[in-house]
Design a protein around this ligand. Structure first.
Ligand SMILES: Cc1ncc(COP(=O)(O)O)c(C=O)c1O
Length: 355
């Protein structure tokens, strides 16, 4: 099998040997009956890392986010979301389909929420208005950017939400990246939000699952909703076991991923006419634009693929590269050299029209 350097996402990671062994030897029970000790161990470990009362093991980040919304809202109410957020853009309309809520989106430029706009978006204005029943934040933030939301910004929104008696859910799919990048503990970052989801399958390299956390009452209700939507699984300890290994062993890897993203970003920013803004590389995601180059994004990504490198198209002129456990420094130098080669060959080809 050809080995690709796959930078499309940190979800492409292959589980390390310790995770496979943990799956093999996991002690399991019937989780719907509350009898799987490995699932419970993962839930308790997660709750303690997050400083929340309890946690729930779910199949995916999407499921965790949607269970949170289903638990905290009623039909016809309104949820405030960031306009570039995953929950709003990439969860198949589940807010409408499953919770029957309507959304009010606000811009989150550079991963910072505007408190005035947030306050203006809160609906408590009279009989013709849908009641705002939830604010959904995201950290790291912004479709394809991985920006760290400043803690003061999160806390200011939580203060505002408390004033209006509205709960705050944090989509923290990559919250451990935010913690590593800001040198703060996850506990500190999520202290003031009511509920939080994080993914085990991204930089943490587990093959399965996500965690939803909050207070005991919230998790009890969320557990019931998880069961309702078919998320109750029986001997789920086999799936939870690699998550425990992930939390116990993979956190230092995120710092390596961030360092690698810096190396990659710096290297790509020196390649003529490729646009990369190193100040926007907060975590493990690097984005670059070809807008000044005479090649289409599809042709460019095709040429990269011919060299064994996979990157993800994120617009008509730009792509992203995400560093992760499966990528080392040699891979990065290979990628930078390949990008350089492709761009240099464009001028030699005298290619003036995009193709
Ligand atoms: C910010 C964010 N939230 C939620 C999710 C959903 O996670 P999953 O793919 O496990 O459903 C993702 C996945 O990429 C994400 O990036």
């Amino acid at each position: 099998m050809n080995k690709f350097i796959d930078l499309r996402s940190d979800t492409v990671t292959q589980p390390p040997k310790a995770m496979r062994e943990a799956m093999y030897s996991a002690v399991v029970g019937d989780d719907i009956m509350g009898e799987d000790p490995t699932v419970r161990e993962l839930e308790m470990l997660s709750a303690s890392l997050l400083g929340k009362e309890d946690a729930l093991f779910v199949t995916s980040g999407t499921m965790g986010n949607q269970i949170a919304v289903m638990t905290l809202t009623n039909r016809g109410e309104e949820v405030i979301v960031g306009d570039t957020s995953h929950i709003y853009n990439l969860e198949v309309g589940a807010l409408a389909a499953l919770s029957q809520v309507q959304t009010r989106s606000i811009e989150v430029p550079d991963g910072v929420y505007d408190i005035k706009k947030m306050e203006a978006a809160i609906q408590l204005k009279g009989i013709q208005y849908a009641k705002t029943s939830l604010i959904c934040l995201e950290n790291t933030n912004n479709l394809n950017a991985g920006l760290v939301v400043p803690l003061e910004n999160i806390n200011a929104i939580c203060d505002l939400a408390k004033k209006h008696n509205i709960p705050v859910h944090l989509d923290g799919a990559r919250i451990f990246n935010a913690a590593a990048a800001s040198k703060k503990s996850v506990k500190e970052i999520v202290k003031n939000v009511d509920t939080v989801m994080f993914a085990l399958t991204k930089g943490l390299a587990a093959p399965f699952g996500a965690i939803l956390a909050g207070d005991k009452e919230f998790i009890a209700k969320a557990r019931w909703i998880k069961q309702r939507i078919g998320g109750g699984f029986r001997q789920a300890g086999f799936l939870a076991a690699p998550g425990i290994v992930a939390l116990n062993t993979m956190l230092p890897q995120l710092e390596v991923d961030h360092k690698n993203a810096q190396i990659l970003g710096q290297g790509l920013s020196k390649v003529g006419r490729l646009k990369v803004d190193p100040s926007r590389i907060h975590t493990n995601i690097v984005t670059a634009s070809l807008e000044d180059l005479p090649i289409s994004i599809d042709a460019f990504l095709g040429r990269l693929l011919d060299k064994g490198i996979k990157a993800k198209k994120i617009s008509d002129t730009s792509f992203r590269m995400v560093t992760h456990y499966g990528i080392d420094e040699n891979d990065l130098h290979e990628v930078i050299a390949a990008v350089e080669y492709i761009i240099e060959s464009l001028s030699m080809e005298g290619n003036n029209g995009k193709r």
